[in-house]
Design a protein around this ligand. Sequence first.
Ligand SMILES: Cc1cc2nc3c(=O)[nH]c(=O)nc-3n(C[C@H](O)[C@H](O)[C@H](O)COP(=O)(O)OP(=O)(O)OC[C@H]3O[C@@H](n4cnc5c(N)ncnc54)[C@H](O)[C@@H]3O)c2cc1C
Length: 528
Amino acid sequence: MSERWDAIVIGGGHNGLVAAGLLAKRGRRVVVLERRHKVGGAAITETPWGPAFKVTALSYVVSLLPRTILDELDLPRFGYKIYPQFPYFAPRRDGRYLMMCDDPARRAAQIAKFSPRDADEIVRWDAWLGRLGALLGPMLTQVPPRLGSKRPGDLLAALRVAWRFRSLDERGVGDVTRLMTMSVADLIEERFESDAVRGVLAVSGVIGTWAGPRSPGTAYVMAHHKMGDVGDGQLGSWGFPEGGMGGVTQALRRAAEALGAAIRTDAEVVKIKVADGRATGVVLAGGDELDGDAVIATTHPRITFLHHLERGDLPDDFVAAIERWKSRSGVVKLNLALDRLPELTCKPGFDPEVHGGTIVLAESLDDLERAFQDAVAGSPAELPFADICIPSVFDATLAPPGKHVMSMFTQWVPHGFAAAPHTAELEAYADRLIARIEHLAPGFTSSILHRQIIGPHEMQTTYGLIGGNIFHGELSASQLFHMRPAPGYADFTTPIRGLYQASSATHGGGGVTGIPALQAVRRLLRDS
Ligand SMILES: Cc1cc2nc3c(=O)[nH]c(=O)nc-3n(C[C@H](O)[C@H](O)[C@H](O)COP(=O)(O)OP(=O)(O)OC[C@H]3O[C@@H](n4cnc5c(N)ncnc54)[C@H](O)[C@@H]3O)c2cc1C
């Protein structure tokens, strides 16, 4: 017995939910099929130790959700609420610290503690990045053209992209080229001299990436994360959602359901049905079948194209591109429940900008590179880098009064850890991180009530993040724009008619952006 839908969405992560909401708003009968017992995907809040503590299990900060999505789905009405992110606070082993305050005068004073020259340079750096961000940021919400195609429509689309760059002179083109190709270390070392500033600035170049700061291409990763700061009316700035990242996906779920979308959990798709080169529906584990005029896949491209389809349904070169798709990270998420807030020796007492902000453990470029090289050589980093927040400081929904939850995004373990649990190594890695904080905040270890370690294997098996990559695929130059996820198919279509793709492995993805879903829905509506 099979049922019929206008559109079937595979995967209940944020992209699947955005797609369902937008389609339901246009009167389409749409169903979301999610393999797990709850929706959210990598944007999820879990309760690993019972209901008292809620942890933002994987992702933790939101930025790139376009205004269009917030408005069309009326998300604030369904519980979407964002607390602004305070600046980075970087404590150091030698007892000093660097706080990258938003206020220019305060930030200059902070940086001048390490280098007066760097304090001047940061102003030029911000202006330079701001200019490039204003140019490149809007491209995140554009559909990449089919570069290489000789069809008139595709040639016109390519020309439109080239037209975007008309404001650039030779020097500007040089800047963009450098940003797209250089290592973040080379870029930063040209301008800044102090370890402290170099370390903090390099972090956004390596977040979620299987690359150290000295790897070419990491300058772009930094720019990608900076696009959240563009504030051009399209994309917002970084912030923490109330209720953790599950707060975002629960609001999306409520909005989609209110608009009439059906959402089914414990509904694992095992096959996409194809007839005469056209997607006709899906088969669920257990054998139930659903028929649909269109299917939107938000699963990792390896799941969609190599598991859910027959090879014979796809062109060989497309299959080869998906097989080549790089999806490594070496990220480990460590979530803790705390009996009290940590007190940092370098800044005693409670400070909302510190405890309610983002604490980063990255004292220098060399520390970061060494951590990556440890993992390349086959061992978890001896001195892991970490991006830490304690959202319960400003969000009372997450922990009982006086208690807290801490989210630690850390790198690196070998990417091969995706193949097996490696429990003992991950426990030892977590111990080292905790010891590092203990050194900065004596008494920290004894404040830990519970801990949860999510390594690459669990990301792959529980959350469907194949290879452990946090973005469904690396943000390297070879996997961006017209290449994401395969040449000729960066426009949210696939080689199968009626099958659209909207995972983070498509352009605009790589983070909780909803842009892939927005684009896939637009394309589907145009085609139907
Ligand atoms: C540790 C970590 C930290 C991160 N931090 C941030 C951050 O702070 N900010 C940010 O913007 N981004 C962050 N990211 C990235 C971001 O979370 C992801 O890019 C984004 O959530 C992916 O959304 P998606 O909807 O494309 O895919 P997913 O969220 O992966 O959703 C896909 C869904 O498909 C389901 N599924 C899989 N197989 C099947 C099947 N056969 N049938 C049905 N359903 C299936 C999965 O269970 C999943 O729910 C982080 C990611 C990780 C892992």
